[in-house]
Structures are given as C-alpha cells and as structure tokens.
Design a binder for this molecule. Structure first.
Ligand SMILES: NC(=O)c1ccc[n+]([C@@H]2O[C@H](COP(=O)([O-])OP(=O)(O)OC[C@H]3O[C@@H](n4cnc5c(N)ncnc54)[C@H](OP(=O)(O)O)[C@@H]3O)[C@@H](O)[C@H]2O)c1
Length: 313
C-alpha cells in the first residue's frame, strides 16, 4: 500500500519519500478506508519543517495528513454508523498521505453524493477549526458583528459562511485580488489589507475579531477593530500587546470536540448549498505532487485548497 512519508525534518524535496506499507489490522472500534483524496494543510508544512517538534514529536518515517476522503473497506464489530462500501470523510491524526488509512470509527462520517472527493478531503481541518471555534469556543459570546481577517483562506472562508448562515454581520479582510471571492462568501463589507488601513476603517466595530491569516499577521489592526471589551481570537500566536480591554483567545483543537458533530454539520450545510469550498488545485497521487503542494504552501499561495486525488477513484 503506497504512502508518502517524511524521513526526517527538512525541505520537502529532501525528506519526502514514497514507501510501501503493510496494512494495519482493524479492531472493534476502527474502520479501514481506501483513500480517494487527501488535503494538504499549512500545519503539515510546519510539522515537516520541524517547527512543531516541541509540542508534537513524530517517529520517522512519518506519514503526514489529517484530512481525507474515501471508501470504507472494513469495519470493526462495534461500528454501526458506516458500513463497507460507504463513501466517507475522514479526520485523522496523521496518515492520510497514502492509499489507505485505519482510523477510529468516530473520525469518519458519510459523504453525500453531491460532494466530490476534493470537496470532502479539502474541507476537513479548515471546517473543524471554523466550526469548533464558533460553536464551542465562542458560542453566544461572539456577539452580532464579527470581523474575519484572512477571509480568503480555507479557515476564514468557512468562518464567513458559517457566521452568515447564523445571521451575523460579517466583515472580511484579505488581499485586493481576492475581493470577488470573499464577497461571494457573503461578507457584508470587505477591506483589502494591502490597499487600505483596515484597522482604521473598521476601528471599534467588531464584537469579535478572528485572525485567520497565515501565521496570525494582523494583530495590530485586529485589536483596533475589536470594540473595547470584545473578543479577539487568533489561530496562531496571540499578540504580546494586549492592553486594550477584551478577551484574548488562542484556538487549539481539542479531544473534547466531536468530529462527528462538526463534520455532520459540514455535510448538512453543504447539502443545503450554504457552503462552498474553494479548491485551488487538484494534483495527481504522486510523490512529486506532495512535494510541489508543500513548496507552494511555503509561499503565499492562491486562495483555495490543494488536494491530491487518486485518478482511479
Ligand atoms: N490553531 C489551529 O487549530 C489551526 C487550524 C487550522 C489552521 N491554523 C492556522 O491558521 C492559518 C490559516 O490557515 P488556512 O488553512 O486558512 O490558510 P490559507 O488558506 O493559506 O489562508 C491564509 C490566509 O492568510 C492571508 N494572508 C497571507 N499572508 C498575509 C499577510 N501578510 N497579511 C494578511 N493576511 C495574509 C491570506 O490572504 P490573501 O491570500 O488574500 O492575501 C489568506 O486569507 C494558518 O497559519 C494555519 O496554520 C490553525
């Protein structure tokens, strides 16, 4: 069974390798999924570069990848919500860069026919982040007006669409070239951070500001935008200067959040046509694709997910 692994931390072209792995056994609580597609995330790049080694150590060779979609080929005795032959969305803790994965049954949900493999695999981590942040971290505290910085990104685009589905007023920031895309997600106002001073434009207007930019780049403007006493959430590092009165939160995934709940919500909103996932590029299932996806994500890529799809699926 083909998998793409890293042999050590380092540059993509130096450390990725293709390997043949022995299939794992499936116990009572697990399912085996033959993967049709997997998504590539900024997190995978950080992990491969060794930036996460203090908080998440891995044993080499290590197969990256948390997001995937495919067909169930075996189910454990205690699993009843999916069966062999079902098409599913998969959330894993590593291991989706390959032809097959064995995961706990609670980490898969059925994929509707209306959703293709790339829309399933490309959405997993960004959607789980957006959903859990809005539902479990902020809840009622979020207020009525929310500013999403990085609204053109994978997480940002889902935040905008989820909040609009809940009737919130949502302003989005991104680069000017992505204005049409972000407007299509439904923002009430758009501001281009590379054209205007978004901190001044939206000063004190948000009950909640979410910095969903790559590397949390917009702290200074975001804090200006948060109303006094509001909420400020970063997906990466929180800013050091937190003098303005407010609640400052860093989002991190938690085992307390149910993947079944979050992914079922994704399926439901997708089926109601309230969500779109932007796919920037679909690459073939090769080592070269994995390396090129990682190299692209190291820079400032075009908006949308990079997904690797098996052509025979
Ligand atoms: N804490 C967690 O659990 C968690 C979960 C998921 C993601 N993340 C992190 O959240 C961030 C976003 O993830 P993603 O998958 O949504 O990434 P993405 O799709 O690449 O989106 C990146 C966003 O950042 C914006 N951006 C890039 N450079 C910028 C700059 N210099 N100034 C302002 N904005 C800039 C982009 O806007 P333009 O392209 O329009 O310029 C885009 O909106 C990443 O850093 C990721 O590692 C954290």
């Amino acid at each position: 069974m083909k998998r793409f692994a890293i042999t050590e931390y380092g540059r993509a072209k130096d450390v990725f390798t293709e390997m043949e792995a022995e299939p794992r056994t499936v116990d009572a609580t697990h399912v085996r999924v033959e993967l049709a597609a997997f998504g590539v995330n900024p997190y995978d790049v950080s992990l491969r570069q060794g930036q996460m080694r203090e908080v998440r150590s891995v044993t080499f060779p290590y197969v990256l990848g948390n997001d995937g979609a495919g067909i169930v080929t075996e189910v454990g005795d205690e699993i009843s919500h999916v069966t062999v032959g079902d098409k599913v969305i998969v959330h894993a803790v590593g291991g989706t860069y390959g032809a097959e994965i064995v995961v706990p049954g609670k980490k898969v949900v059925k994929k509707p026919e209306s959703m293709d493999w790339t829309q399933a695999a490309g959405a997993v981590t960004p959607w789980l982040t957006a959903y859990n942040l809005v539902t479990h971290v902020l809840g009622e505290k979020i207020g009525e007006t929310v500013v999403v910085q990085g609204a053109s990104g994978a997480v940002g685009s889902f935040l905008v669409q989820l909040l609009k589905s809940q009737g919130k007023t949502v302003y989005g920031t991104a680069s000017a070239k992505n204005e049409a895309l972000v407007s299509a997600y439904g923002v009430d106002k758009f501001a281009a951070y590379d054209k205007v001073d978004v901190g001044e434009l939206f000063r004190n207007q948000a009950d909640t500001v979410i910095d969903a930019t790559k590397g949390s780049r917009t702290a200074e403007s975001g804090i200006k935008i948060m109303r006094t006493g509001g909420h400020y959430v970063a997906l990466n590092q929180l800013p050091e200067n937190r003098q303005k009165e407010g609640t400052y939160l860093h989002f991190a995934p938690s085992k307390d959040y149910s993947d079944q709940e979050a992914l079922s919500s994704y399926v439901e909103l997708f089926d109601k046509k309230k969500l779109t996932v932007t796919i920037a590029r679909v690459l073939p299932f090769t080592l070269g694709s994995v390396i090129s996806a990682h190299e692209e994500l190291e820079g400032h890529p075009s908006a949308g997910k990079i997904v690797i799809e098996r052509e025979d699926k």
